[in-house]
Design a protein around this ligand. Structure first.
Ligand SMILES: O=C(O)CCCC[C@@H]1SC[C@@H]2NC(=O)N[C@@H]21
Length: 252
């Protein structure tokens, strides 16, 4: 791996938009480059949602990752890598009991019990069948003491551990977790991140309610494919692999 850089910006619309724009305008960036900001004014989330964050409370950053080996049909490995690195980072501040509550909700929300602790937005650029680069945008709730009523299921690390942290310290810890996972990943070995992703998958065991275009049904999670489709099996044995917008989890 060539050099890795950390770039700090005080305020930006979105670290994902900024980083993607820098690449598009021809800036020469290393294989791994992180942009972190104190305040994001137009943070973007999944499903076209906005991502709001509070300076000092949240950690908002994007990582450019170029992986020579990664094919488009394996692109979900990047989500699995990011989710695993974020979970390991959170886990490093938690007691053993607290760690048991950490989960990744497909495709890549980090949950503590039934509450969201971090969100990840990954944008890939493909050249032919190969992933040229990925921009991994991560928003981690670190020091928030409470959330507005429109975010009833959000939680922060501080609400769990009772301890406030310097967000940059958390980012440095995440980089150290990532640097342990990257050597295998860059060699095209994705089995470990997939195994961990499946092990910590939210609602992994048993039947739960989901909704697709035809309505509500109960199913169990069988697998997540290398492209990132969620494979669900219904109680009658019928299986289908869903893309992100084709299915949603329902409350029990
Ligand atoms: O909807 C989600 O859960 C994904 C949220 C991702 C938010 C992060 S914050 C840093 C990066 N920049 C963005 O605009 N979005 C991601």
């Amino acid at each position: 791996m060539d050099t890795s850089l950390l770039e700090f910006i005080d305020q930006v619309d979105s670290t994902n938009t900024y980083l993607t724009g820098q690449i598009a305008s021809g800036r020469d960036l290393p294989q791994l480059h992180t942009v972190v900001c104190r305040q994001q004014t137009a943070g973007r989330g999944m499903r076209g949602n906005t991502w709001t964050s509070r300076p000092g409370d949240s950690l908002t950053f994007s990582i450019l990752l170029r992986s020579d080996m990664l094919q488009g049909k394996q692109q979900f490995a990047v989500s699995e890598l990011a989710a695993w690195a974020v979970m390991r980072t959170f886990a490093s501040y938690m007691t053993d009991d607290q760690k048991q509550q950490l989960r990744v909700k497909w495709p890549n929300d980090i949950f503590y019990g039934d509450r969201k602790l971090a969100g990840i937005l990954i944008e890939h650029s493909l050249t032919g069948a190969r992933v040229d680069y990925s921009v991994i945008g991560i928003g981690m709730n670190i020091n928030d003491e409470a959330f507005p009523p429109e975010l009833p299921s959000a939680i922060s690390l501080r609400m769990i551990t009772g301890r406030s942290l310097e967000p940059m310290e958390v980012l440095i810890r995440l980089h150290s977790e990532l640097s342990q996972l990257l050597p295998d990943f860059l060699l095209g070995r994705y089995q470990d991140v997939h195994r961990h992703y499946m092990k910590y998958l939210y609602r992994r065991d048993g039947f739960f309610p989901f909704t697709d275009i035809q309505g509500q049904f109960r199913a169990q999670i069988k697998d997540v494919t290398p492209e990132g489709r969620l494979v669900l099996q219904r109680e009658d044995g019928w299986e289908r692999a869903y893309a992100f917008k084709e299915v949603r989890f329902d409350a029990e």
